[in-house]
Design a protein. Sequence first.
Length: 140
Amino acid sequence: MNQNIVDTAMFVGSEDPSQTSLFTDTVRLSESFFEQLQRHPVPIEEAAIKALSNNSMALDIYCWLTYRLHALQSPKPITWKALQGQFGASYKGLHHFKPRFLENLNLACAVYPRADVEVDERGLTLKPSRAPVMPRLVRG
């Protein structure tokens, strides 16, 4: 599905890390994306996000795994070509993408030890796995 996730955003800050920003960074999620998050929440571990915060590909892979693995009913193969299309379209060749992806997959799996992922010459096989965090009970 082609969907906008952000309606508006404002990120204003100083390049000097010792200086605090006078402005608040804000993002307004699109209504449809917000509704999707409410209907299908993604169980992510805050400590994992902090651990991966300096590595965008590892963070993307972690979020993707948390979203996919806990919802799977059976193993799902993903080809290297499909992975490159999703995570590494800027890489010229698969031989450049694969090592970088595997390095970041290892980082993502280190903070999501329940992730059941097999790697082979064809790509990955994702297997049903417990979510990294238990879902919160919503009180009505």
